[in-house]
Design a protein around this ligand. Structure first.
Ligand code: 4NP
Length: 152
């Protein structure tokens, strides 16, 4: 069993997109034994579905995000997951600041898996309004992560 958590700031744009797309790609690859979830470092949108324009862009690309609901990241997530994948450096710092003593759960930038792009952060589409860029980057990183998990 591998438990993977995607984290961004609001949990209404980038990390639910990552959860939805990675879940779909893992399913298509026949990967079972995965637990997949997402969370935001901020609590603002807890209980809300993904941001409307983000959902609409995903829908056009064949991904349904409507079943997802936002929640805030907690220190408990360090125990409940085996791998925490963050969308940008500021998420990385926020998540690392909550690391319980003695917990060595890896926290990585999701774009570490996105070979062929020189970006390290997934730009926040809530501000850039480039929802397709989010989907492109998330698809690329998800495909590489699925490939890596399929080989292990
Ligand atoms: P996310 O984008 O971190 O990709 O979910 C954001 C969504 C909402 C806000 C900021 C970022 N906000 O300020 O409400």
């Amino acid at each position: 069993m591998t438990r993977i958590l995607f984290v961004c700031l609001g949990n209404i744009c980038r990390s639910p997109t990552a959860e939805g797309i990675f879940t779909e790609k893992a399913k298509r690859a026949g990967l079972s034994h995965l637990t997949i979830d997402s969370a935001g470092t901020a609590s603002w949108h807890a209980g809300k579905p993904p941001y409307g324009p983000m959902q609409a862009a995903c829908e056009l690309r064949g991904y349904d995000l409507s079943y997802l609901r936002a929640r805030q990241f907690t220190t408990q997530d360090y125990e409940n997951f085996d791998l925490i994948l963050v969308m940008d450096q500021s998420n990385f710092d926020d998540v690392e600041n909550l690391r319980p003593e003695g917990r060595n759960t890896p926290v990585k930038l999701f774009l570490d898996y996105a070979e062929g792009t020189n970006l390290t952060d997934v730009p926040d589409p809530y501000y850039t309004r480039d929802f397709d860029q989010t989907i492109d980057l998330v698809e690329l990183a998800s495909e590489n992560l699925v490939k890596q998990l399929s080989e292990n």
